[in-house]
Design a protein around this ligand. Structure first.
Ligand code: FEO
Length: 392
């Protein structure tokens, strides 16, 4: 059994095979549902549980440790990948009480039908003694649900952060061994579920920094025994800083839009701007979300289908609108056959973004050589905006 120290055990489950989360988010590296058992001199606490598909593994781990009694099950977050095994734990350990905040309690009653009398509510910064160890509960809303909180072990300065600072990364390593290798998984995770709340997350990071944490034990991915790396990365991601980069999510049916996209990409590269194209017909949306974290500009490329934008382009716009990246500039390029409302449709789908829209380039049919200069003009405009923003 993996141990963080003499009295903290990692008793969760690694999900090597899982390839999709929320039936939406690709998991190229699997994931883990970390659950931590803390044995105090008087009381024993279990911090978060596991996805319901792995509840047998959690119970087996507790059995192997010969855990006879659990006094408290700490629920940092109501989402089922952490809470889904609570009912099974309460069956196996009927004396246990679920410790959580009032919002999370209400959600757990709704989502899992846990009886109200099984709960003990805690307020923000409330403490709970396990005898020789003390837990402190700190509300950290919107990482990434409204009820999320973290648990801090005072004596060892260990933060049990649930989704906050986590990553979908299955590994047999208990601790982070190679931050450079792990970082993209953390960034992807941030992009997929945290980014829409970056303002409030910045406040939560301040709360964490004020604690002087020595270790961060999230409920997905490995444990940070040097937490500065992930805290610094989060500070960078939530900041207002953007990079001299253009993301080009595009789809093309018969090659006309692709020709425009290729021309624009070459024009941007010639102007010293980094470009990341994403062919939406086979995109990993996690990669696209990650690219959106710090790119200054997004240019969507789409043909018209049934007088509107291609549904995959609409999907990309809806995704960006939901993720609310700090993108500063947006434009649209594409080809049409007999008119349509593609630009209005796409622009109407990104109303959450605080962006300046640069003049779209829409061309009828296969672009002619003299029409492609409009894309050079768009590249010039992007260069000008990036320079004004001090990005190059
Ligand atoms: Fe890992 Fe929001 O659950």
């Amino acid at each position: 059994m993996n141990k963080l120290n003499d009295y903290i055990y990692s008793v969760g489950a690694i999900d090597w095979e899982r390839r999709l989360f929320d039936e939406l988010i690709p998991l190229p590296d699997g994931t883990s549902y970390n659950s931590y058992l803390i044995q105090g001199s008087e009381k024993t606490a279990l911090i978060d549980t596991v996805d319901p598909t792995k509840k047998s593994k959690l119970l087996r781990n507790l059995s192997e440790l010969e855990v006879k009694r659990i006094d408290y099950v700490i629920a940092n977050h109501a989402e089922q990948d952490h809470s889904g095994a609570i009912p099974r734990v309460l069956e196996a350990y009927p004396m246990a009480k679920v410790i959580t905040n009032p919002k999370c309690k209400a959600m757990l009653i709704d989502l899992l039908h846990i009886a109200p009398d099984k709960f003990i509510e805690v307020q923000d910064v409330e403490m709970l003694s396990l005898g020789n160890k003390t837990l402190k509960f700190i509300y950290t809303p919107w990482v990434h649900w409204p009820e999320t909180m973290v648990t801090f072990l005072e004596e060892e300065r260990i933060l049990f952060s649930c989704d906050f600072f986590g990553s979908h990364f299955a590994t047999s390593d208990l601790f982070v061994t190679d931050w450079e290798k792990l970082m993209p998984s953390n960034k992807r995770y941030y992009a997929e579920i945290m980014m829409p709340f970056r303002g409030i997350i910045a406040n939560n990071i301040k709360k964490v920094e004020a604690l002087g944490v020595k270790m961060i034990a999230p409920s997905h991915g490995p444990v940070f025994d040097h937490p500065e790396c992930i805290i610094d990365a989060y500070k960078e991601w939530v900041s207002d800083k953007v990079k001299n980069e253009v993301i080009v999510p595009y789809v093309s049916m018969h090659g006309s839009t692709k020709e425009m996209v290729d021309h624009l990409i070459a024009a941007l590269i010639n102007r010293g701007i980094k470009v990341k194209p994403f062919d939406l017909s086979g995109v990993d949306i996690g990669e696209l979300a990650m690219a959106l974290v710090d790119a200054a500009t997004v240019v969507i490329g789409s043909p018209t289908v049934l007088a509107g934008a291609h549904p995959l382009a609409l999907y990309a716009a809806a995704l960006a609108n939901a993720l609310r990246p700090k993108t500063r500039f947006v434009s649209i390029v594409g080809s049409y056959g007999w008119g349509g409302k593609m630009v209005e449709q796409l622009a109407g789908m990104i109303t959450n973004l605080k962006v300046e829209v640069l003049e779209p380039v829409i061309i009828k049919g296969l672009p002619k050589r003299e029409e492609l200069v409009k894309l050079d003009a768009l590249a010039d405009q992007i260069l000008k905006k990036h320079k004004e923003a001090g990005l190059l």
